[in-house]
Design a protein around this ligand. Sequence first.
Ligand code: FE2
Length: 345
Amino acid sequence: MIFRQLFDQTSGTYSYLLASRAGGEALIIDPVLEKVERYIQLMRELDLRLVKAVDTHLHADHITGLGALRDRTHCITVMGERTKADVVSIRLADGDKLRIEGLCLDVLYTPGHTDDSYSFLMQDRVFTGDTLLIRGTGRTDFQNGDARAQYESIFGRLLALPEETFVFPAHDYKGDTVSTIGEEKRYNPRLQVKSVDEYVTLMAGLNLPNPKMMDVAVPANMRVGLAQEELARRGWSVTAREAMALIGRSDIALIDLREPEERKRHGGIAGALSVPYAELAENIGTGGVLHELAMATGKSILFFCAFGERSAMAVQAARDAGLGAARHIQGGLDAWLKADGPIVH
Ligand SMILES: [Fe+2]
């Protein structure tokens, strides 16, 4: 496995680059905007292809690198389903799996620092975001923070993991890089409490100043979605309502870009052919299934995904590959549902 802990000095943020092998797919957790060039260079040097960029929660102290990485690498942006961010490609829920080639992380909903805080467990290590820090815990006094929920997340979920599990947090300000669950159980001063009420009192007494970047970072991090309007202006999108009139027509090939787990959980649109976004490149090139389908039958391709991000990138890729009639459903299945479109399971 390839595992890199990367540091942003300005905000004290740790980002994590994961991959199962050189030459394969990579995932990054909590990337920082100012470091995007560095990540891209490192991935080039390690011969990695970024396919997913994930934030553990909506950060208040730095601007996320999610949008910039998506624009540069066409990767999928991922956050938890409770996120306040406008659009990310995939929203995960507690119990879901976050997968790339050769790696699988369990998604744990661990609210408290914010109400959109998630942790990701990968075998011997857990990425705790700002829920559990090394000898500390994330503050709970803004962004719908809740010390009571955080106590449950830490004591009920994270500390229930095997003691030898490595803890990799989103921040450290003292120079520590990694800890273990057992170590934090014993030595984290915030966790030496006898009850949830004691923890709530402790957190209420911290009186921390707001992060310097908060007024800039929070609004910026809420607007990470790809600008789908530009595609609409070019006539490369249809609204969910317009799509309903196109479904079932023999000259339209409807392509679902979501992953199998998303389809299973949320259902889909009748008659859609499944081509997960990760397999798009090989399918739209010469000899690929979609390429041949469009060329042989003259069908025009209509992509959709969960929120319209992957499909917007797919439209551009398909047009670059010569499939000139490709369009997508703006806003994805989310917009389709809001327009009362029928779902099949
Ligand atoms: Fe945070």
